[in-house]
Design a protein around this ligand. Structure first.
Ligand code: MEV
Length: 315
């Protein structure tokens, strides 16, 4: 006789790209983020016999042994089980992900979203967006210190989003597809320390930092107008200008600047770091799909560890 099928819960999430507005978004300025479905994570939950056990590429073992930088995930799992009023303490959570960790692509938020969704699926309970956000916030606060919430909003959205801290998330329509090339420095960025350093400078009334944050907000507003029309040349210029402001507030570094410059020299309409910075990735706006492939080669030639070319549209 066949054994009864194993009870299973499955949840997934994709990565994200911040098109423009990172860091400034922490101070109430708007930002635009794009779902990046090429990179994604799936979490599968089954009965276990080893306490709450996690199997993944970056950690395998009981979640009580999670390393410090992943403790937020453990806290998020406990909060979720609490919310589900789930008495069981014998679960096996398996993660399969192709999102590189710590590269500004939203891996921590995506992992937390996938896990919460899989736990709700396992216990056959409905998950509202509000509950999802409040549970993932636990992991994000641990990872980023004072997150704006843009990462978790974007990794759980199927549409590009206009994001302002504390406001309703607004889906954005792209009038034209965006041809993008994402390139990874191969170095893990530290969003927590980048966000903390910017906050220190902002609170010390550093007028340069404040002015840059405001200019990033203004560039984001213009970018939204460009996305609604077909003005990719102008959008590219806005991305270049945003990178300069991110340099001014101290979240870029030599490796990111080198990739941005190489993309601009290879004819990108614009390029900038994406996400927390200080390591991680850049994105470049290409003329078309072929051009994105050409940019990919140009960036690999100057030392990018890996690249992803993609065309994103509202559909
Ligand atoms: C990180 O992806 C985006 C930041 O603006 C931090 C945040 O908004 O929480 C750097």
């Amino acid at each position: 006789m066949m054994p009864p099928p194993q009870r299973q819960g499955v949840g997934s999430a994709h990565s994200k790209l911040i098109l423009i507005g990172e860091h400034a978004v922490v101070y109430g300025q708007p930002a635009i983020a794009l779902p990046f479905p090429l990179l994604n994570v799936t979490s599968t939950v089954e009965n276990g016999n080893n306490g709450i056990y996690l199997t993944s590429e970056f950690f395998t073992g009981p979640i009580s042994n999670l390393p410090n930088q992943l403790k937020g995930i453990g806290m998020c799992i406990f909060e979720t089980l609490d919310k589900l009023q789930a008495p069981t303490k014998e679960l096996h959570i398996r993660l399969v992900s192709n999102i590189p960790i710590g590269r500004g692509l939203g891996s921590s938020a995506a992992i937390a979203v996938a896990i919460v969704r899989s736990l709700f699926s396992y216990f056959e309970q409905k998950l509202s967006r509000q509950t999802l956000m409040s549970l993932v916030h636990v992991a994000e606060t641990y990872a980023h210190g004072n997150p704006s919430g843009i990462d978790m909003a974007c990794v759980s959205s199927t549409k590009p989003i206009w994001f302002e801290k504390g406001e309703e998330v607004v889906p954005i329509h792209l009038a034209q597809p965006l041809h993008l090339l994402v390139a990874d420095t191969g170095r893990v960025g530290d969003t927590w320390s980048a966000v903390t350093a910017v906050r220190k400078s902002y609170l010390s009334k550093n007028t340069g930092t404040k002015a840059s944050i405001e200019r990033l907000g203004a560039l984001t507003i213009k970018a939204r107008e460009n996305l609604a029309g077909d003005q990719s040349m102008e959008l590219g210029r806005l991305l270049n200008a945003a990178h300069e402001e991110l340099v001014n507030i101290g979240v870029s570094d030599e490796g990111l600047d080198q990739l941005v410059k190489a993309a601009q020299q290879a004819g990108a309409l614009g390029a900038k770091l994406t996400g927390g910075g200080r390591g991680g990735c850049i994105l470049a706006l290409a003329h078309n799909q072929n051009h994105a492939e050409e940019l990919s080669q140009a960036l690999l030639d100057v030392g990018a560890q890996q690249t992803w070319a993609c065309t994103l549209s509202s559909e």
